[in-house]
Design a protein around this ligand. Structure first.
Ligand code: CMC
Length: 431
């Protein structure tokens, strides 16, 4: 640290000055704790609901530069990974920090492939859900339930045991997700097919009926592979923070990941592509797009699938998804909603309202169209997000477990309630 990498803070209540070190563009919140601290009063704390300007960890997993539209996993640009890699190779990269050798790759794929089956009792648990149970509710409870089948998972300090649970989680998520889907349709659950790739097997468990062997169209399997790669990690978002926060209690990874699934279930996090689809259906036809855009500019509507908290130039994932749209529609036929989406994008990208506010299509603008073309009902969209994000959650969980600086997550509060009231018994109060 050089001499001028400090922040001088003057407490005007006392006139005292404090010099706080600046490291990696951050100041330690605990350093503020010495300011104004007396025997009776705690020191200064930082107030940051939603952690909008608080770094909770050091991380080497994912890099995002929102202004430049850059997303990298372990330093590799998302565009290259989406074009040249597979989801399982990307999962290896996220978890292990580097690309696998051929032997490591083959071993990894073998391990994941041969852990796709789940205990039959878990199947019974899923069958116990109501016919109309939301698949995300089924997924989050069944992932949590996995912890009871692998009690050794509680030993999070043993690297071999951690590895086994990581393999199991990445392997079994598609099985649980597909079975949640089949449950809603009243169709029998399909067991994994170990001859197929990760995404092919997922498609088989979703759509296989009476045929001996389900052979998914390789273009659809590839499109799903790309979507899985794009959704595999996104640094410290709400669900990753949930996994880290719950994981900081040193609970097993199944329980921590179920917290991530729960966070993703919320409409502010995993549900935007569903909202895009509803919006496109409501607009109805291409000629109604200008009137809809006027409504957005008047503040009556929101253009769902546009804008991002971090990306203020373009969302690199949206560019890649647009290409996948073409590939999928080549197989499924064009979704009539595509025309409306393209017209919305064309008009919005030329309009000063959207340009001046840096509003561009995000990852969700086109992903819902793909999922619908693949015959997924909207409730399944978030499940399709949770399956690949498991790799990212686990990479972040591993980092947490090995990080000597991490402690149990326990934020402070600003207490706003009453103090020292005298309790009056119910008998007295209700007289
Ligand atoms: N349509 C119309 N106006 C918008 C939109 C939109 N989609 N997004 C932002 N604005 C306007 C907003 O009204 C505000 O205008 P003004 O300055 O006149 O008040 C300005 O743009 C800045 O918006 P903001 O709400 O301060 O931006 P934010 O960073 O807080 O919100 C967002 C980001 C993603 C929540 C928001 O853009 C939005 O709600 N978009 C639609 C929902 C959506 O597509 N969400 C998916 C995000 S990608 C998923 C992921 O990465 O996990």
């Amino acid at each position: 640290m050089t001499e001028n990498h400090t922040l001088t803070v003057r407490d005007n209540r006392t006139g005292e000055e404090f010099e706080l070190p600046i490291t990696d563009g951050t100041v330690r919140a605990s350093d503020f704790g010495q300011i104004g601290k007396t025997e009776d009063e705690p020191g200064l704390a930082l107030y940051d609901p939603g952690f909008t300007n608080t770094a909770s960890t050091r991380s080497a997993v994912t890099f995002i530069d929102g202004d430049k539209g850059i997303l990298e996993y372990r330093g590799y640009p998302i565009e290259q990974l989406a074009e040249k890699s597979t989801f399982l190779e990307v999962a290896y990269l996220l978890i292990h920090g580097e690309l696998p050798t051929r032997e490591q790759h083959d071993q990894w794929v073998h391990e994941i492939t041969f852990h796709t089956f789940v205990h039959e009792n878990l199947k019974s648990q899923l069958q116990g859900f109501r016919y109309d149970a939301h698949p995300m509710g089924m997924l989050l409870s069944s992932v949590g339930a996995l912890s009871t089948f692998y009690p050794e998972a509680r030993n999070i300090t043993d690297p071999d045991i951690r590895h086994d649970q990581i393999v199991r989680l990445i392997a079994k998520m598609p099985t649980l997700g597909a079975w949640s889907f089949r449950h809603a349709q009243g169709k029998p659950y399909v067991y994994p097919d170990n001859d197929l790739t990760y995404t092919e097997n997922f498609l088989s468990m979703l759509f296989k009926m009476s045929e001996q062997k389900y052979n998914p169209d390789p273009r659809l399997a590839k499109a799903l592979e790309v979507l899985f790669i794009l959704h595999a990690d996104h640094e410290q978002n709400c669900s990753t923070n949930a996994v880290r926060s719950v994981g900081s209690s040193q609970v097993d990874p199944y329980s921590a990941v179920s917290a991530g699934v729960a966070a993703l279930y919320g409409p502010l996090h995993g549900g935007a592509n569903e909202a895009v689809l509803k919006m496109l259906k409501r607009i109805g036809s291409k000629d109604k797009v200008p009137a809809f855009i006027d409504g957005v500019k008047n503040g009556d509507e929101k253009l769902m699938g546009f804008g991002h908290r971090v990306y203020k130039n373009f969302d690199p994932r949206a560019t890649i998804i647009k290409k996948a749209v073409d590939d999928v529609f080549e197989v499924t036929g064009v979704n009539p909603l595509l025309e409306i989406a393209q017209e919305l994008e064309r008009i919005a990208l030329e309009d000063d309202y959207f340009i001046s506010r840096k509003l561009y299509p995000n990852v969700d603008f086109y992903s819902g169209l793909i999922y619908e073309a693949l015959q997924f009902p909207p409730e399944m969209f978030t499940v399709l997000f949770a399956i690949p994000r498991t790799a990212g959650w686990l990479a972040q969980w591993l980092e947490l477990v090995d990080d000597k600086e991490q402690k149990i997550a326990r934020p402070k509060q600003i207490y706003t309630g009453d103090r020292r009231l005298d309790f009056v018994s119910a008998e007295e109060r209700w007289k």
